[in-house]
Design a binder for this molecule. Structure first.
Ligand SMILES: Nc1ncnc2c1ncn2[C@@H]1O[C@H](COP(=O)(O)OP(=O)(O)OP(=O)(O)O)[C@@H](O)[C@H]1O
Ligand code: SF4
Ligand SMILES: [Mg+2]
Length: 358
């Protein structure tokens, strides 16, 4: 059963100009037509480059950003349609854990106060004593020392602060936690600990996660399903294993090829695709396929004019590319002008494209 169903979600931020007349001169199409479902008890990993709209999508689910269009169904309720007041009442069920644990914790509040505050707002726990006890139990559960309650955020390490952020979400008994870059501010050695903690808590409490990261390696092991975003849209979605074994969208192929492989033989010979050119501005996204300005397989016929829909190509694997099948079969080769983007042994020549090395 899907706990969360996002349907054709759009979040467009108006760009305003003018001192006297506050005119809207354009929009940032931060999220522009995303549909996805998160199954109860599972983890959906959302990845993509900086600025592609991941945080905006996460915040829109919680209605921290205004929704321009589309539905966000949580159980049977379309959150997009709720009044502010009704949304506030739902909010303990949908929590967010942020990238920067220090920035998201009030430095002047001790940990007890941080944890109890949310419970009070949502009327969780009968009295102060019960809330305190609950806070203490939650701190134990996330592996913080028993004297943590009376201490302040700056007294903790980065990893511990992220545990506080997780505890703050947990005390409210959420069903769904949106983790926005939960470990990218942490040392690599600490990252695994926090990811393991999230997994343990999920198993124990039956939590559902939407985990946002720009780094594919972070979401790989904890995600059941992974969605890849590019410029406000979802370009590929598959189970974690399937996506890693068989990335189908050119953008995903490029992202994957940037992740080093531990086996040196494989590492030396694998296909590497460097993304050339900057990420276009979401205020002025390219027409047609949004990836066409950087895609080595671009075909002028359709790529420049027709935006590909996310569609099933096999099993549960969805890809938003007109030519997914032809790229897979080798019928379409990387095109000449971006040939230099295929490194290092691809032997693609500028005038006669040939097969890149596998
Ligand atoms: N409140 C806002 N008003 C205007 N534009 C915004 C606002 N919030 C985000 N944006 C723009 O929307 C786009 C998507 O931003 P978002 O923060 O969602 O990206 P992201 O994928 O989370 O990136 P990162 O990996 O850097 O966190 C960016 O171009 C950003 O500048
Ligand atoms: S639709 Fe065209 S430009 Fe877009 S990813 Fe597919 S081949 Fe590349
Ligand atoms: Mg972000």
């Amino acid at each position: 059963m899907s706990l969360l169903e996002i349907e054709d979600l759009k979040v467009h931020f108006p760009i305003r100009r003018g001192v006297v007349f506050d005119r809207v001169v354009g929009h940032v199409y931060a999220v522009d037509g995303v549909s996805l479902s998160v199954e109860a008890g599972q983890t959906y990993g959302l990845v993509g480059e900086s600025g592609c709209g991941k945080t905006t999508l996460g915040r829109a689910v919680l209605r921290l950003n205004d929704i321009t269009e589309g539905a966000v169904r949580y159980k049977d309720t379309d959150l997009a349609q709720l009044s502010e007041e009704d949304m506030r009442r739902q909010r303990n069920k949908l929590q967010m854990v942020f990238q920067d644990p220090l920035g998201s914790l009030n430095p002047r509040q001790n940990i007890e106060s941080i944890l109890v505050e949310g419970m009070e707002a949502h009327k969780i726990g009968a009295d102060r004593a019960e809330r305190r006890e609950r806070a203490q139990r939650t701190l134990d559960a996330v592996g913080l020392p028993s004297n943590a309650m009376s201490r302040y955020p700056h007294e903790f390490s980065g990893g511990q602060r992220q545990r506080i952020g997780i505890a703050r979400a947990l005390v409210l008994e959420p069903d769904l936690i949106i983790c926005d870059e939960p470990v990218s501010a942490l040392d690599v050695s600490i990252q695994a600990q926090v990811l393991n903690l999230l997994e343990e808590l999920q198993e124990e409490l039956g939590l559902t996660y939407l985990v946002i990261a720009h780094d594919l390696a972070v979401v790989r092991h904890i995600s059941d399903v992974i969605g890849v975003m590019y410029l406000g849209g979802l370009v590929e979605e598959a189970t974690s294993d399937e996506l890693y074994a068989n990335p189908r969208h050119p953008y995903t192929k490029a992202l994957m090829s940037a992740v080093p492989v531990p086996d040196p033989d494989v590492e030396d010979n694998r296909e590497r695709i460097l993304l050339t050119g900057d990420l276009p501005s979401p205020a002025n996204p390219p027409a047609g396929c949004r990836f066409h300005t950087r895609c080595p397989w671009r075909q002028e016929t359709r790529c420049d004019t027709e935006r590909p829909q996310l569609r099933l190509v096999s099993g549960g694997h969805k890809v938003a590319c007109h030519f997914a099948e032809d790229i897979e079969s080798g019928k379409i080769q990387p095109t000449t002008e971006l040939a230099a983007a295929i490194l290092p042994d691809a032997q693609v020549q500028t005038d006669s494209p040939t097969t890149p090395a596998e």
